[in-house]
Design a binder for this molecule. Structure first.
Ligand code: 5GP
Ligand code: ZN
Length: 115
């Protein structure tokens, strides 16, 4: 299930250190190495899936719900007056790690549209 070459699988397995915020059996929320806001978290499923499209094709509602619930709770916890969840999929969106992750950004006013 885990991909031996995937950095986020290794973070989930505690083989690479990360600043963890919350962890359940299936979801981990940890701090981004290169934060783009005062709070910049990543929420990942344990299961190795390359991107959101692969996730929704293969996950059941409970698995999707658990990931978004963890991201929402982390965003609300960090929020001063709001937060943003971002998912990059594919080269045009700048996805650089091929293990689905939800960015959770908070702690400053965020511009719109992004990028
Ligand atoms: P993407 O560009 O794929 O949407 O986002 C990947 C994110 O993962 C980037 O914001 C990057 O800073 C973060 N990242 C990449 N490698 C690591 C790592 O080893 N540890 C942590 N904590 N974050 C990472
Ligand atoms: Zn992975």
């Amino acid at each position: 299930m885990a991909d031996p070459d995937c950095p986020f699988c290794k973070i989930f397995a505690r083989e690479i250190p990360a600043q963890e915020v919350t962890r359940t059996q299936n979801v981990l929320v940890f701090r981004d190495l290169n934060p783009q806001a005062p709070t910049h978290l990543l929420a990942i499923p344990q299961r190795h899936v390359a991107d959101l499209g692969e996730f929704v094709r293969s996950a059941d509602a409970a698995e999707v719900g658990a990931l978004f619930t963890a991201a929402s709770h982390a965003g609300r916890e960090a929020s001063v007056s709001g937060y943003r969840i971002v998912v990059n999929e594919g080269p045009d969106a700048g996805q650089s790690v091929a293990h689905l992750h939800l960015h959770v950004l908070a702690g400053r006013s965020l511009r719109w549209p992004p990028g």
